[in-house]
Design a protein around this ligand. Structure first.
Ligand code: AMP
Ligand code: MG
Length: 413
């Protein structure tokens, strides 16, 4: 038997980042930039007004003081300029040009009097408060200089960086692509979610869960399929998908039963089936198939086993394919609020609800630790790792913990 660390290392060894592609900005969300990006423009591209108001020469209005009416200044309004426009003429001494936020500063003007400090006139304007030169002017290049590197290769594209890319003149970016992933559940007992069950049947939850997990980790779930326990059909499907996608994740059919057709059909076609010293998730298949040698993850069928297997093996592999770091969940320590028993010689990956206590993380194991408890899986927000040699954990013991979400917040019904 392999340890889960050994199997994870073997899986990671076999996958590598995809070749960079140029994608429209929003499609780059969550992906890694593969080149330094420099700005095509100054940002702002030109001196412009930060306020709705009047472009003036500061010297003409400097004396105006709100509290002293005799200091107020009246200037003729000689033009008007809105965002996107350009003033038709230069501003002369003793003149004002009405201006809107974002509009280009008229030549000759060096300050903006905001509309609130005036009577808002359109023919002439009464200025009640003077401003020093430069007031409410956003100078060209103040934020970014043209040709300056604004994002370095390796940055992960998020919404804020998408704003920066767009503002600096980029409609696309060169990124590590999202792997296309096919999810295939196997089992003669499976019925599509939403359809009624006949005796002996269950709803196919794994394919939906795995599709969601693929999407959640940033990859692209292109296929969600369910297939009967028919080895020839499994092999034919995997062979076809190997031409269309970058990774395949199957569930079910990998253990010791009479109908474990995934194992039977793929073991001679590039997928190795191994026993991993963990619970849940002992039977695991992994290999590379097809002319492009795409990775195939053959996960066990019990929902919790499938989930844990995805977390431990598939998620880090997909993150490696996308060049995302860290590949693993951050590791915390947590004090257990209840006991756990664990089989000897196998690392138990138990589900628990994590909360922030005074002295650090607390983890309350969910009641159902067997691999068919879907509701307790849904209640959990963390995994706690019971080392292989440990068979009993008592409340108060301290364990490694992986937070599954950004933080606590799972509501226990
Ligand atoms: P298997 O690994 O195929 O032997 O399946 C192990 C257990 O997981 C059985 O109880 C199956 O009915 C269940 N199972 C397999 N596939 C799914 C699925 N897609 N959704 C929900 N349960 C499943
Ligand atoms: Mg099965």
């Amino acid at each position: 038997m392999r340890s889960f660390e050994e199997h994870r290392a073997a899986v990671l060894e076999a996958v590598s980042p995809g070749d960079p592609v140029r994608l429209p900005l929003v499609d780059c969300l969550g992906l890694v930039l593969c080149e330094d990006v420099s700005s095509h423009v100054d940002l702002p591209p030109f001196d412009n007004s930060a306020m709705d108001g009047y472009a003036v020469r500061a010297a003409d209005v400097l004396a105006a003081t709100d509290s002293n009416e005799s200091t107020w200044v009246t200037l003729p309004v000689v033009d008007e300029v809105a965002a996107g426009g350009v003033a038709a003429r230069e501003l002369g001494a003793g003149e004002a040009i009405r201006i809107m936020t974002g509009a280009m500063m008229p030549p000759g003007a060096d300050a903006i009097v905001k509309v609130e400090d005036t009577d808002g006139g359109t023919e002439k304007v009464l200025v009640r408060a003077g401003v020093p030169s430069g007031t409410s002017v956003r100078p060209a290049g103040q934020d970014v200089r043209a040709h300056e590197v604004v994002l370095a290769s390796g940055a992960v594209v998020d919404a804020r960086r998408i704003a920066l890319l767009a503002a600096t003149g980029h409609g696309e970016a060169l990124v590590r692509p999202r792997p296309r992933v096919a999810v295939v559940s196997t089992g003669a007992e499976l019925v599509p979610a939403g359809q009624p069950l006949l005796p002996g049947q269950i709803h196919d939850s794994n394919s939906h869960m795995l599709e969601a997990l693929v999407r959640e980790c940033g990859a692209n779930p292109t296929h969600r399929l369910s297939i009967d326990d028919d080895g020839d059909a499994v092999l034919a499907l995997v062979t076809r998908l190997a031409d269309e996608v970058d990774a395949i994740v199957t569930s079910g059919g990998v253990s010791m039963g009479a109908y474990d057709v995934v194992k039977e059909s793929l073991r001679d076609h590039g997928v190795d089936f191994v026993q991993v010293a963990m619970q849940p998730g002992k039977p695991q298949g992994f290999g590379r198939v097809g002319p492009r040698r795409i990775p195939v993850f053959a996960l066990p069928g019990n929902p919790v086993s499938s989930y844990v297997s995805f977390e431990v093996f598939v998620r880090p592999a997909l993150r490696r394919m996308m060049g995302l770091e860290p590949e693993f969940r951050p590791v915390h320590r947590a004090r257990l609020l209840g006991p756990l028993s664990s089989p000897p010689g196998r690392t138990q990956v138990a589900r628990a609800v994590a909360t922030r206590g005074e002295g650090g993380w607390l983890a309350d194991p969910v009641w159902g630790q067997a691999s068919h408890f879907v509701a307790d899986l849904a209640r959990a927000n963390c995994l706690v790792i019971v080392p292989a040699e440990t068979t009993r954990i008592e409340a108060g013991d301290d364990l490694e913990m992986w937070l599954l979400d950004d933080g606590p917040g799972k509501v226990t019904p």
